[in-house]
Unconditional design. Sequence first.
Length: 171
Amino acid sequence: MIILPNKGFYFTILVLFFLTVNAFAQFGFDKKTPFCELKVQSEYSVPLEGKALVLVELIVPPNHHVYLDHLGPDAYSILTEFTLIDAKGMVLKNVTLPKGEEYENELILKNNGIFKLLLNIETPRKEGSLEKVDIQLRYQLCDDKSGVCYAPVNLKSEVKLRFSSSSPKLD
């Protein structure tokens, strides 16, 4: 003997289905997740050793923001971070943030901004040599309208460094 659920069970399932569809439509889960874009000059002339500057532009989709810095002890957002990948004899010494705006207890970036990456070339290079370096960006994008923050994303961009004794040294 097969026992089928009563009509109330089917009604409950139907209501839950429509509530779920409504929630997906309301909060935009049916839309494609937006991503930021990285723009980096393809090649830089840098000194044989010492400090070098690389500029990276981050383009944030409209009606979204990323977090740059915590402005208070109770801030908890995931900050935008840069790292160098497989850059032998070179370290990322400092990152200068673009001008952002205060939002609650955070400094955020909307639209776009230029990050200044200060590299320290610890191992002297040969005149005219060319190295490819991968710059990785980790960020968390948040929607201004819905308040939803997406899972953190890693982006990579390659930059070529041409080593030259005529390149200006940074202090």
